[in-house]
Write a protein that binds this ligand. Structure first.
Ligand code: TYM
Length: 354
């Protein structure tokens, strides 16, 4: 089969049959990020770091989950701006749009059709029991909409539409993956087919990751005021880290650090060189640690880590033409796979057989 891809650096379409053939035997990898604000260290170490590592050895789909963000009713201008920003940040973190399929969820309306089909087969009790739904009910009691309730079926549609094997995500998404497997198996059983696969939540280091916040809480979040964003200015990073919650210091050798200190060590473990991490761990264990010194080092290592990403963000922000090309290329590639799935799903369900 001849598949024509557009080289985004030139206007001429190019044939990449070899690449496609190679990729046909590979695992299918898929993941998404909601456009609800800039990306932070949690998004990077929990998910995106894996995307970059996996993109050349797998057939990858990475997308901007803009349908998902509608549960919070964004203003159209903000939505557009946020989608653009996540596209920029995906590229700045190192996603190669020619190797991976990088697209906006709303460019693939087939997703909404599959979501509708899966919703016919998802039950109120299981959706209400989902932890992320229960959290949202607590956080936004005045906006408990049907989109929040059926968030896991939309996620299942995203994943199943491209028949993903591996889904690199942070620890908070584990239950959504379990539900995706339930919906996939239920569909297969209901129609007597073995059509959908069982996708697995994935992290390169085996264990799913949860990066904690700077405020002592166990999860860094976009809107919780406890995050370091990849495009934060160095002065902002220093200020945030220096203000991070700490305690009065250890009083006994080898004592278990309290949550807020363990959080700083977890961030260190991800960002700093191993010997820096070990140096401060030992200092904690033998009660000689100085939190000021530890935070200064952590801030500088975060700045060093974020600097090249921030530089790319600034460059890409000026290149609308490139961003448009990337988005169009991603939509074209993703739609081809989505259309095929929907054709097959409609047939399995029994549509169009007169
Ligand atoms: P979102 O936008 O909340 O987060 C994007 C990715 O970042 C991970 N993440 C974290 N990982 C570790 N520590 C943290 N503190 C942290 N905060 C966020 C998330 O686990 C996620 O992998 N529902 C998804 C988006 C989505 C999706 C999908 C993902 C929609 N459809 C299909 C995979 C497959 C979400 O809200 O991600």
């Amino acid at each position: 089969m001849d598949i024509i891809f557009h080289d985004i650096h030139s206007d001429k379409p190019q044939k990449q049959e070899y690449l496609i053939e190679l990729k046909q035997d590979m695992d299918i990898v898929l993941s998404g990020i909601r456009p609800t604000g800039n990306l932070h260290l949690g998004n990077y170490f929990g998910a995106a770091k894996n995307f970059v590592k996996m993109q050349y050895e797998n057939q990858c789909y990475f997308f901007i989950a803009d349908y998902h963000s509608l549960t919070t009713h964004p203003h159209p201008e903000n939505l557009q701006q946020n989608v653009r920003q996540i596209l920029i940040e995906y590229l700045a973190m190192g996603i190669d749009p020619e190797a991976a399929t990088l697209y906006a969820q709303s460019d693939i309306p087939e997703t909404a059709e599959l979501y509708m089909f899966l919703n016919m087969n998802a039950y109120l009790g299981e959706l209400e029991r989902c932890t992320s739904f229960k959290d949202k009910v607590r956080q936004q009691p005045n906006n408990i909409n049907a989109g929040l309730l059926t968030y896991p079926t939309l996620m299942a549609a995203d994943i199943l539409i491209h028949h993903a094997d591996k889904v690199p995500v942070g620890k908070d998404q584990e239950q959504h993956l379990e539900m995706t497997r339930v919906f996939a198996n239920r569909f297969n059983k209901m129609y007597g087919v073995s059509y959908f696969k069982e996708p697995q939540a994935y992290n390169f280091n085996r264990q799913l990751v949860k990066i904690p916040g700077l405020d002592g809480s166990t999860k860094m979040g976009k809107s919780t005021g406890n995050a370091i964003f990849l495009n934060d200015e160095p002065a902002v990073i220093r200020k945030k880290v220096m203000k991070a919650k700490t305690d009065a210091g250890p009083t006994e050798m080898n004592q278990q650090p309290p949550q807020e200190i363990e959080n700083l060590f977890t961030i260190m473990k991800n960002v700093c060189p191993e010997d820096t991490y070990q140096y401060f761990r030992e200092a904690y264990n033998n009660c000689t640690i100085r939190y000021g010194e530890m935070k200064k080092q952590l801030a500088e290592d975060i700045i060093t880590f974020c600097a090249p990403i921030k530089e790319r963000i600034d460059e890409l922000s000026k290149d609308d033409a490139y961003l448009l090309k990337v988005r169009a290329l991603g939509a074209e590639k993703a739609r081809e796979s989505a259309r095929k799935t929907l054709r097959e799903v409609r047939q399995i369900i029994g549509f169009g057989n007169i």
